[in-house]
Design a protein around this ligand. Structure first.
Ligand code: MV4
Length: 664
């Protein structure tokens, strides 16, 4: 085994590889971009090398910089993780050229699977079933049209160099073929620089079932059963599980054998995945991924093996740790991928700082693989996956319940996530019944997408009570500082003033404006909510959450604040509210320094002053459109506008300094 391994990746998979390498006693070397200098994978490594600026093309994709780091660190092996350089044959070759072991298959095996047409020809020769179609080298439109007639309709045109659905076209009838061919070719050329296509009979709603295979240098080859990854959205996997529900033993065995034939045919080494389309009792080779996959934990949970350990052992020339007869599947595992993306706005990635991040720890049958910690930023530079939450159970229904509960106990503030979408998938009757195919998510869009429903009153109440609690704490601290023992803020028994008092808050949620009155009554707190008045109580828990009572119901929520935004975490969901306030009232940051910062990400719609103007306190400086509202940012005090760092039309991040007002 090697002494030192370099992990040519970041985030969740870099941490995952470090975990196993460390357990095996290896020294772990990380590489990182300038944006990742404070990332978890860097902190956890024994040594780390910066390999360039944030864009992946200038850092994680720079083979030369990574090999230089490997040489400098004395690494004997490079683990590429998934994505980035993991399926780059030239990188695998460059590692070999530098005398460093690439933890993955030989370059030739990567190349063999890189072209769909050539892969299909190899698989056909190896006796692996293919979707009937044409994958020849002749590409003249007349030849393809004649082949299309043989395949029959509906059919699919696929870019040979493609993957992930790019350059794919469904053709329903012969009359549409010529035009679809042109379009598919254009797309293939633009995406891959290669206009070669193949034709296949179209399967309207197949399942995506993939086999985990492993092969060593000693002629041993095994499979570790299948994963069902049919729950995909735009070719992005969302939920994966092992084993595939309802798959017959006959089909499972046949697919396992076919996957091994595929691995042997290309003289494969290490971990690989053979993807199949399954249609009833038929299965067809789709493609082979020559790397460890994101969803490998479900296989680990049902087999009990550590696949990263297997990868490292095989790369070091050791034989596979188990034979096919040793390997059995135990129970069921389901994985859900938590992404920083907003289902309500077409799944746009959501960037920002993770203000709070907590996963259920140490629960039976639960595993969480995450690449980030609270305080880290989700940026536009990398994949927005926050974590994989994986649950195991003796029975599928148990794994499913455990996963749903684990997601409900996951708390994420600072970015919008797909947690609600995941719960909707996992809670769908078809998912529970285990009859999901690749058309499921599209077909069930309506049922799975958030309906933009009203904010739960409990979330609004939590926001108001958190605000009250926070302001009281600030005021108490101020009173304590002032040393006035008679200040009402010194009272520790609540708010016993001479008469009932109240405090009004207005929050914005989407398009809605919601008023809440917190009433400090003789008999205790009451809340005036849109639905009426209700008695209330609030206490802080040890870990900073709020234990709340509303009428007869009790619940726990957590409220995080950033500028005027409030993240209310409740039952695994997060609600983003904006407190209506005069923005200069935010004071804190702006007040003393004269800095005027964006209280939330948004668009500057107007700049009302010029640098050098003299303004007085409260004078409007800029307008910012954010969270669907327009805010006026005002001068924190009298003085000259010393800096103006934005122009109308600019998109600004939260916390960015927009202007500075100097002292008069
Ligand atoms: C297909 C198909 C139906 N018939 N091929 C999509 C990604 C690419 N790697 C293969 N894909 C498909 N190929 C034939 N002949 C349907 C899909 C497909 C799909 C496959 C797996 C998982 C999700 C999918 C979603 C839409 C379409």
């Amino acid at each position: 085994m090697f002494d030192t391994v370099l992990i040519a990746n970041r985030g969740e998979i870099a941490r995952r590889v470090i975990r196993t390498a460390r357990r095996l006693g290896l020294r772990c070397v990380a590489v990182y971009s300038e944006a990742d200098s404070a990332a978890a994978h860097v902190a956890e490594a024994d040594a780390a090398f910066c390999i360039g600026p944030a864009p992946a093309a200038e850092s994680y994709l720079r083979a030369e910089a990574i090999l230089e780091a490997a040489r400098a660190a004395g690494a004997a092996a490079v683990h590429p993780g998934y994505g980035f350089l993991s399926e780059n044959a030239a990188f695998a070759e460059a590692c070999a050229g530098a005398g460093i072991v690439f933890v993955g298959p030989p370059a030739a095996a990567i190349r063999a699977m890189g072209s769909k047409s050539e892969a299909k020809a190899l698989m056909e020769a190896a006796g692996v079933p293919l979707v009937p179609g044409y994958h020849g080298s002749a590409q003249e439109p007349e030849v393809l049209a004649a082949e299309a007639r043989k395949v029959g309709y509906p059919l699919m045109i696929k870019a040979s160099a493609g993957g992930g659905g790019k350059g794919m076209r469904v053709v329903r009838q012969a009359g549409e073929f010529a035009e679809a061919l042109q379009a598919a070719r254009r797309e293939a050329m633009a995406s891959f620089g290669d206009e070669h296509v193949l034709l296949e009979r179209y399967l309207p709603s197949p399942r995506h079932i993939e086999l985990q295979v492993f092969r060593d240098d000693h002629g041993n080859a095994v499979h570790l059963f299948e994963r069902d990854c049919s729950s995909q959205r735009r070719h992005q996997k969302v939920v994966e599980e092992a084993p595939a529900p309802g798959l017959s033993e006959g089909l499972r065995a046949a697919m396992g054998e076919a996957a091994l034939r595929a691995a042997v045919a290309i003289d494969y080494r290490g971990a690989g995945t053979v993807e199949f389309l399954v249609d009833g009792d038929d299965f067809y080779f789709m493609e082979m991924n020559t790397r460890l996959q994101v969803e490998h934990p479900v296989t680990e949970m049902i087999t009990g093996y550590d696949l990263v350990e297997w990868q490292l052992r095989v790369a070091a020339g050791e034989p596979l740790p188990a034979t096919q007869a040793d390997i059995s599947a135990n129970g069921h595992a389901i994985e859900a991928r938590l992404y920083a993306e907003d289902p309500a706005s077409g799944f746009l990635p959501s960037t920002g700082e993770l203000l709070h991040l907590a996963f259920p720890e140490g629960e039976e049958g639960i595993r969480v693989d995450s690449g980030v910690r609270a305080g880290d930023k989700v940026t536009v530079h990398y994949d927005p996956m926050i974590a994989k939450v994986i649950a195991w159970g003796e029975e599928r229904a148990v794994a499913l319940r455990r996963l749903r509960r684990a997601l409900a106990r996951t708390e994420i503030a600072g970015v919008v996530t797909n947690a609600g979408f995941l719960q909707a998938i996992l809670g769908h009757t078809r998912f529970a019944a285990g009859v999901v195919d690749t058309a499921f998510i599209d077909q069930q869009r309506e049922a799975l997408l958030p309906d933009g429903a009203a904010l739960p009153e409990s979330a609004l109440a939590a926001a108001a009570l958190a605000e009250m609690t926070w302001r009281r704490r600030v005021a108490q601290a101020a009173a304590a500082d002032s040393g006035d023992p008679h200040s009402p803020w010194q009272l520790t028994n609540g708010w016993r003033l001479n008469s009932e008092t109240h405090r009004d808050f207005t929050f914005h949620y989407g398009e809605q404006s919601l008023a809440v009155r917190v009433i400090f009554g003789w008999e205790g707190l009451r809340l005036g909510l849109p639905g009426g008045e209700v008695s209330a109580a609030v206490a802080e828990t040890e870990d900073g959450a709020l234990a709340l009572r509303l009428g007869d119901g009790s619940f726990v929520a957590r409220v995080l604040r950033r500028g005027l935004r409030r993240w209310v975490l409740l039952e695994g969901q997060s609600f983003v509210l904006t407190l209506q306030d005069d923005i200069q009232g935010l004071g804190g940051e702006a007040g003393a320094s004269g800095r005027v910062v964006a209280p939330m990400p948004g668009k500057v719609t107007a700049v009302l002053v010029q640098a050098g103007d003299t303004v007085s306190e409260g004078a409007p400086l800029l307008r910012l459109e954010a969270m669907k509202m327009e805010h006026t940012l005002t001068a924190p005090h009298d003085g000259p506008v010393e800096a103006l760092n934005c122009a109308a039309g600019d998109l600004v991040e939260e916390g960015v300094e927009l202007a500075v007002v100097g002292k008069a």
